[in-house]
Ligand binder design. Structure first.
Ligand SMILES: *[C@@H]1O[C@H](CO)[C@@H](O)[C@H](O)[C@H]1NC(C)=O
Ligand SMILES: *[C@@H]1O[C@H](CO)[C@@H](O)[C@H](O)[C@H]1NC(C)=O
Ligand SMILES: *[C@@H]1O[C@H](CO)[C@@H](O)[C@H](O)[C@H]1NC(C)=O
Ligand SMILES: *[C@@H]1O[C@H](CO)[C@@H](O)[C@H](O)[C@H]1NC(C)=O
Length: 771
């Protein structure tokens, strides 16, 4: 017991240590676009149904008919892909009074006793397959879609309504995932009312093939997350269906232990066995998907709970990249990670040794005895010799083996053996969904990750692997607040063709353009430093980047450097050529002893701000002290003096690129000495020589919080709520920063530098006020 205790303690400490390390490693810089802004820019459109909460359960993109189908509570919607909020159609498909009554009699709550549409698949060119929970009595039907002449068809085929048992869960909250391929529905779900029977199934109008009932070796309390049909080669009989889910791993005592993420697979043409495994998979195998970070002392932190999976298809369809969004199962801290898996590695694990243990209380070892022929888990196909025309002809020995050895010994490790993205700050928002776009930039392909959160935000991130240092850099390009109300993002679908994102949450369905290049500013450096692979500077503006050959008539040269954001190299020549506007000039009057803010907010996210004072032909960096404070809005003089008068230059530095944003001439007017309570709280400002901004000597008195707020109010942040918010942000992030020491909040307030800790420590603008 003591030993276990020590191990548990070590793990806990490891986890905590890891947290601290992540704080240093995973820097994100943020461009926050609030929903109002998205609306103003016409970058988003939101469909909200009839005002009542929409509760979309599942969405389906139909590029052929240019529609987005949304399965919701009691309703199926068909939305326009151009504008989700115009020309929608809907089918009401509620449960009957009788069904609802029955449901209530089973002891269910009223909100559960509705028809939640959970399965939505393109059945064929003209029909959708739609299944709903039907007030705990699942039902399925076909829905006609398409056109006849001018009319858009969208109608439920009444005579197609059938029982949805085995095709749709009973409970609206039950996890379920499905894929339809060649007329066959592959689905992972709980098939029964009591949710005891989790199964991976295939249905067509003749057969029903599934995992074994009550076989904890095959599935143990599964949570179904995703599935995909992925061909191995050109022989379609060799196509495999992959299922992504989590389950519990049983320990020696048969007591449920850890949660593991699994990838399971079957042959698409699996017909089951003839004498045994009748209507059961004869090819089901599974292995573990690992997403972990090496910690100190060799204790890894594992992200075992799969939240969402995205299969990024490639050209031939055989080698998609699999993106998993994981969280920790630890009660101590909630972290998130994204890992990428390659099919080569997944196939290698399934081609590797089977796992074997003599008894449940033993450790898993590789199975080393003779493996029967054909290899268990392989398909009846020409590629495999063509000796068997169907799995029904497989020898019993093969079926028996696959039944008793469903687990592979080797797990699948992520590409680069590490996550591409980490969020480990506890108390931060939860991550719920992921979708990925492959974008061609000038310096290569990038994966743009769209990650949904529990507070209506979609994060747009790229990750860059550095071969030389074997490190991963995350660049958060945008934070898009898609809905005004805070709600968890339930679904994200990308249409690369339309360059749109379709996002579902219980409050609605939003459409968001993937990029808005002009937001980054109109200068080469701004555009370049944004590092958005969708965008490049074309000599005049920051605009959509198209790889050469796509628009050949555009002769404009393009400047883009996603990997390094090296604006010095790309844009310096331009500056000499006079492409740049003169930096803005401003005149500001301050009243002696009153506060004055020299406002300067950099457009670029990752920039650090430097202030210089030009006086009598000399230029000095402004030094900060108790009286002169660098804020995210600019340089704040708490009590301006006549000697402060002069020309102030606000410059940004990013990746070594210096840009002058503003020249502010400050005039100081002689005024009455201000008598106020403020004064008394902090009177010993003295004539100390100004310390450099990044030194920590600038710590005003205890009442400075109040004080600061009053000053903000004085200088025109008259809106009390905004001041409150602003202060909250300044003070809280400041406190947090102190705790995590090396993290850095750049003058943008919520922005964070993306460099490593060492670089950050010498970034100048930093004020360490304390509450
Ligand atoms: C947004 O669209 C409206 C009308 O649809 C138009 O008047 C407005 O100028 C557009 N705004 C932008 C920023 O394009
Ligand atoms: C799609 O399936 C339905 C139902 O089986 C059938 O009536 C319809 O003709 C099919 N459409 C096409 C284009 O095959
Ligand atoms: C369904 O069954 C009918 C008759 O058995 C058959 O003609 C039809 O092709 C089947 N449809 C599919 C999609 O398998
Ligand atoms: C200077 O401060 C005093 C009190 O703090 C205030 O009443 C006055 O309006 C301020 N003057 C200006 C010009 O801001």
């Amino acid at each position: 017991i003591f030993q276990r205790f020590v191990v548990a303690l070590a793990k806990l400490l490891g986890t905590l240590l890891c947290c601290c390390i992540f704080f240093i490693v995973s820097h994100l810089s943020v461009r926050f676009v609030v929903s109002a802004e998205l609306w103003q820019l016409n970058r988003t459109w939101v469909f909200q149904g009839h005002g009542a909460s929409l509760q979309p359960q599942t969405m389906l993109l139909d590029e052929g008919h240019e529609r987005l189908y949304v399965g919701a509570k009691n309703t199926l919607f068909s939305l326009s892909l151009d504008r989700v909020n115009t020309h929608h159609q809907e089918i009401q498909w509620a449960s009957t009074e009788y069904q609802i009554e029955e449901c209530l009699m089973k002891g269910r709550e009223k909100p559960e006793c509705a028809n939640y549409i959970k399965v939505l698949q393109q059945y064929n060119q003209t029909h959708l397959l739609v299944c709903g929970t039907g007030a705990f009595n699942p039902i399925c039907a076909l829905v006609r879609v398409g056109h006849t002449g001018q009319d858009r068809l969208f109608a439920l085929e009444e005579d197609s309504i059938t029982s949805g048992r085995g095709r749709c869960p009973y409970d609206p909250n039950s996890p379920c995932m499905s894929t339809l391929s060649r007329g066959e529905l592959y689905i992972g779900l709980y098939t029964d009312y009591w949710e005891n029977d989790g199964a991976l199934c295939r249905l067509n109008n003749q057969t029903y093939t599934r995992t074994e009932r009550d076989d904890r070796q095959q599935l143990n309390e599964p949570k179904f997350v995703g599935s995909a049909v992925i061909p191995d080669n050109d022989d379609r009989d060799d196509d495999k269906v992959y299922f992504f889910f989590t389950e519990r791993e049983m320990d020696a005592e048969g007591v449920n232990k850890a949660v593991y993420t699994r990838v399971g697979r079957v042959c698409a043409n699996d017909q089951g066995g003839q004498r045994m495994l009748v209507n059961r998979w004869s090819s089901f195998l599974k292995t573990r998907l690992i997403c972990s970070v090496a910690g100190p002392n060799g204790i890894d932190t594992h992200f075992d709970e799969l939240e969402d999976v995205f299969v990024l298809k490639n050209k031939d369809g055989k080698n998609p990249e699999i993106f998993g969004l994981f969280s920790t199962t630890s009660a101590v801290f909630k972290g998130y990670a994204v890992c990428v898996y390659h099919m080569d590695d997944i196939r290698a694990a399934f081609n590797g040794p089977f796992a074997y243990r003599e008894r449940p209380e033993h450790h898993w070892t590789p199975y080393e005895d003779r493996v029967p022929y054909p290899r268990p888990g392989s398909c009846a196909s020409k590629v495999n010799g063509g000796g068997f025309s169907s799995s029904k002809e497989f020898p019993d020995e093969v079926l028996r083996f696959v039944r008793s050895h469903p687990v592979m010994y080797r797990p699948v490790l992520p590409h680069h053996r590490r996550p591409v993205l980490l969020q480990t700050e506890s108390g931060k928002r939860r991550l719920t969904q992921i979708a990925v776009d492959r974008v061609q930039a000038q310096d290569g392909h990038y994966h743009v990750l769209y990650i949904g959160t529990d507070d209506s935000v979609v994060l747009k991130v790229i990750t860059i692997y550095n071969k030389d240092t074997d490190t991963m850099e995350e660049v958060l390009l945008e934070e898009l607040q898609v809905f005004k109300v805070s709600a968890p993002i339930r679904e994200i679908i990308i249409s690369p063709k339309r360059q749109q994102l379709y996002v579902g949450s219980e409050v609605g369905v939003a459409q968001v353009r993937l990029h808005q290049c002009d937001l980054y500013g109109s200068e080469c450096a701004d555009c370049c430093l944004a590092r958005d692979p969708y965008c490049a500077w074309d000599g005049l503006t920051c605009s959509r980047y198209y790889p050469a050959g796509v628009y050949t008539k555009s002769r404009r040269f393009r400047r883009q450097d996603v990997r390094h954001g090296n604006a010095v190299q790309l844009c310096n020549g331009l500056q000499i050529d006079g492409w740049y506007e003169e930096s803005e000039e401003r005149l500001v009057y301050g009243v002696e002893s009153n506060s004055t803010l020299l406002e300067c907010v950099p457009r670029s996210l990752q920039a650090k701000v430097l202030w210089f004072l030009q006086k009598e032909g000399e230029k000095h960096e402004v030094s900060c002290d108790e009286r002169v404070i660098m804020t995210s809005h600019g340089l704040l003089f708490l009590r301006v003096r006549s000697s402060d008068a002069g020309v102030y230059v606000c410059q940004t530095v990013e990746h070594g690129y210096v840009n002058t944003l503003l020249r502010i001439t400050l005039h100081v007017l002689r005024g009455e000495r201000v008598e106020s309570a403020i004064h008394t709280t902090n009177d010993e400002e003295g004539e100390k020589a100004g310390a450099p901004c990044h030194s920590s000597s600038a710590v005003p008195g205890r009442h400075s919080r109040l004080w600061y707020k009053e000053f903000l109010q004085l200088i025109g942040y008259g809106d009390a709520q905004r001041v409150e918010e602003y202060c909250e942000r300044v003070w809280c992030t400041d406190k947090k920063r102190k705790k995590t020491k090396r993290r850095y909040v750049s003058p943008g307030g919520e922005k964070r530098g993306k460099g490593r800790g060492e670089e950050n420590s010498n970034r100048a603008p930093r004020h360490t006020l304390d509450t």
